[in-house]
Structures are given as structure tokens and as C-alpha cells.
Ligand binder design. Structure first.
Ligand SMILES: *[C@@H]1O[C@H](CO)[C@@H](O)[C@H](O)[C@H]1NC(C)=O
Ligand SMILES: *[C@@H]1O[C@H](CO)[C@@H](O)[C@H](O)[C@H]1NC(C)=O
Length: 375
């Protein structure tokens, strides 16, 4: 266990009670704090004097305050009764997420048909062929877009649940692990979706061909049946959506910003603390071997990394000074380091997301060290 978390436990002893202390035959001390803090620490000779410890507690108190050390069960968390209503609602949305990703993954586009139609403007058959290829694709794009709206609503319900008084963000994440897991799943989906969208230029190409064709035909007074499927207003909104480099993430960060600004009684920190706490929980789980080895599925590591990056980006978009400033409640250095320790092919996309989809990385307030780490 790393030094930091060992000290973290000492502080927990001070603040949380009742605490059960037991000494095992191997000489390690195990503490049971409440139900979910099950932790063990070696009796550390290095922590010799109480005075020295006092100083360390002062130094690390801030970290613990922002950064609880607990295992969030991303694999098995089940909803408690209090979570059930929101959980069911979000679950209905998440059930479709897998299908959406599969559909996007296999989205091949109508590049060839469009090219041929454009090169032979007089060939009506080729025009029709391109149109017939594009229409079902646009229907797909509409489904994706509509899904983003449902995801936005799901996120809103989760934010409401995870920030509602009287609990602090950390208590929420601990008590409502099944909702925290769903929040993580939304972020995981979001980053996966955007990664696929970013590497698929056919999407915007198909959609703009569709729009050009419609407006040309409108000029020629031709009515197209497909226009009923995607009316002009819908097409405008879809255009804005697909014009974003990372449309799903932008949807979520817009929704989070809106949630924060609409709710005047809820301090913005309650929402951003929920995000920074989540980032921290992920980081600690990734860098702590005792937690890491509790994941039975190797994909959970990747899941955890995606979620960490997702909440960092959201935080950076929603928080007035962002994730990279000194006052940020996210330990950006620690988060980037933990990513860089992984095989580069699995994290390059995530590091790029931090480089190119955050808002405050290039602010003057970002330390040189953090910028260098992301170079
Ligand atoms: C503001 O947030 C609180 C706590 O989540 C919630 O109970 C209340 O309904 C919200 N109000 C609005 C106007 O959204
Ligand atoms: C996010 O909000 C901005 C500003 O209101 C808007 O221009 C943009 O289209 C929105 N993006 C998405 C994906 O909702």
C-alpha cells in the first residue's frame, strides 16, 4: 500500500468512529470503519513519533478531504432500495448503449455512392443510388442523436440523486454505489462513442450530402419522403451535434453546466465535488494494487481509466477555473501518471482526450509540469 493511503487511514481513525481495531498474527493491523472501509496497514515503524505524524496529517488532511480511499465496486454494485427508482430509469437508457456503440462501430458511410453521384451530376440513377444509400444512414444518425438526449436526461437524474442534501459527495458515492456505477457507465459510453465518431469522417460527409440534396430539391420544388423522418429543425440540431469534435461529451458537459446553473439552491461545488471525488476514487483504485487485484475482469481497468478521464473533462468544462489550476480538487499529476504507467496503445486515446477536449489545459494557471506531462 502506498505511503499516502497508509497515512490516510491514520486520519480516518481520528475522524470516523466507531472503529474496530484488530491485530492479525502476521503483525498487520486491520481496521474496520463502518461497512465499506475495510483496510489494512502494516504497522509502520516509519511513523515513529507522534509529532511527525501530526505534521503529516496536516499535510495530507487536505488530500483525504478531497480524496476518499475506498473501493467502488464497478463490477458488482447492486442498487439499494433507495436507489431503485433512479437506477431503473437510467438502466433503461443504458440498456441501449451497447447497441448504439455496435451500430456506430459498423457505420461504413456512403462515401463511394456520394462520390459517384457528385462526379456524374447528370446521371439520375447514380443520384438515386446515393440518396437511397444515405437515407438509412441518416436515420441511424438520428437515432444516435436522440439517444444523446435520453442520456442527458439520465445524467440529470443521476446528478440530482448524487448531489441531494444532506450528504456530501463522498458519502453519496459510497452509499449509492450502483448509481455511481451507472454514472461511470455513462461516461464510459460517452468516451467510447466520441472516439468512434472522431475516427469516422463519413458521418459528417453523409449528413452534409443529405442536407445539400434536400435543399437542392427544395429549390426544385421536389418533395422527398425522407424529409418527414428528419425535418428541418431536427436536421439543424443534428448538424450542431455532429459538428462537435466530441458530441456526446459536449452534450453531457452542457447538461451538467445547465444543471448547475438552473439550480440556484445547489452550490456549484456540490456538483464539481461529485466529479472530483469520482476522479479520485478511480485514480486511487488504479494506483493501489490491493484494489486493482480485486477487479476480476481486465477490462475494468480500462473502464476505470475512461471514467477517470471522463470526469476530469466534465469537471474542466463545468468548474469555473477548471481541472488544471492549482486550486483544482483533482490531482491532475497523479491522474496523468497513472495513465502513463499503462501500455501506451490503451491510453493514447485518453491522453489525447485530455490534450484536445479539455478547456483549461492551455490557461496560464496550468503548471508547466502538468503541461510537460501531457506533451
Ligand atoms: C435543486 O436540487 C435539489 C437537490 O438535488 C432538488 O431537490 C431540487 O428539486 C432542485 N431544484 C431545481 C429547481 O432543479
Ligand atoms: C452546447 O452548448 C453550446 C452553447 O450553448 C451550444 O452552442 C452547443 O451546440 C451545445 N452542444 C451540444 C452538443 O449540445
Amino acid at each position: 500500500m502506498c505511503l499516502q493511503s497508509r497515512l490516510g487511514l491514520v486520519i480516518l481513525l481520528v475522524y470516523v468512529s466507531p472503529v474496530q481495531v484488530g491485530v492479525s498474527s502476521t503483525g498487520s493491523l486491520s481496521l474496520q470503519v463502518g461497512v465499506s472501509y475495510t483496510v489494512s496497514l502494516s504497522l509502520s515503524r516509519r511513523l515513529g513519533s507522534v509529532a511527525a505524524m501530526g505534521n503529516l496529517i496536516k499535510v495530507l488532511g487536505k488530500d483525504l478531504e478531497n480524496c476518499p480511499h475506498f473501493f467502488l465496486d464497478f463490477e458488482n454494485a447492486q442498487p439499494t432500495e433507495a436507489e431503485t427508482a433512479v437506477w431503473n430509469q437510467v438502466s433503461a437508457v443504458l440498456e441501449e448503449a451497447h447497441g448504439i456503440l455496435a451500430e456506430l462501430q459498423s457505420y461504413n458511410g456512403a462515401g463511394q455512392e456520394i462520390r459517384e453521384a457528385i462526379q456524374n451530376p447528370g446521371d439520375l440513377q447514380l443520384q438515386e443510388k446515393a440518396w437511397n444509400a444515405v437515407c438509412p444512414l441518416v436515420a441511424k444518425l438520428k437515432r444516435f442523436y436522440e439517444f444523446s438526449l435520453r442520456l442527458e436526461n439520465a445524467l440529470r437524474s443521476l446528478l440530482e440523486a448524487l448531489t441531494s442534501p444532506p450528504y456530501a459527495p463522498m458519502q453519496h458515492l459510497e452509499r449509492e454505489q450502483a448509481l455511481a456505477k451507472q454514472f461511470a457507465e455513462i461516461l464510459h459510453f460517452t468516451l467510447s462513442f466520441d472516439e468512434l465518431k472522431m475516427t469516422n469522417p463519413a458521418i459528417q460527409n453523409d449528413f452534409s450530402y443529405y442536407r445539400r440534396t434536400i435543399s437542392r430539391n427544395r429549390l426544385n420544388n421536389q418533395q422527398l419522403e425522407a424529409e418527414n423522418e428528419v425535418n428541418n429543425e431536427m436536421a439543424n440540431r443534428m448538424s450542431l451535434f455532429y459538428a462537435e469534435a466530441t458530441p456526446m461529451l459536449k452534450t453531457l458537459s452542457n447538461a451538467t453546466t445547465k444543471f448547475v446553473s438552473e439550480n440556484k439552491t445547489l452550490p456549484i461545488e456540490d456538483t464539481t465535488d461529485c466529479l472530483s471525488t469520482m476522479a479520485c476514487v478511480c485514480r486511487v483504485m488504479l494506483e493501489t494494487p490491493e484494489y486493482r487485484c480485486r477487479f476480476t475482469n481486465t477490462d475494468t481497468m480500462l473502464f476505470c481509466m475512461r471514467v477517470m478521464v471522463g470526469v476530469i473533462i466534465l469537471y474542466d468544462h463545468v468548474h469555473p477555473v477548471g481541472a488544471f489550476a492549482k486550486t483544482s480538487k483533482i490531482d491532475m499529476k497523479g491522474c496523468i501518471k497513472v495513465l502513463k504507467e499503462q501500455p501506451s496503445n490503451s491510453v493514447e486515446g485518453l491522453l489525447n482526450a485530455l490534450r484536445y477536449t479539455t478547456r483549461h489545459l492551455n490557461d496560464d494557471s496550468t503548471s508547466k509540469q502538468i503541461r510537460a506531462l501531457l506533451q
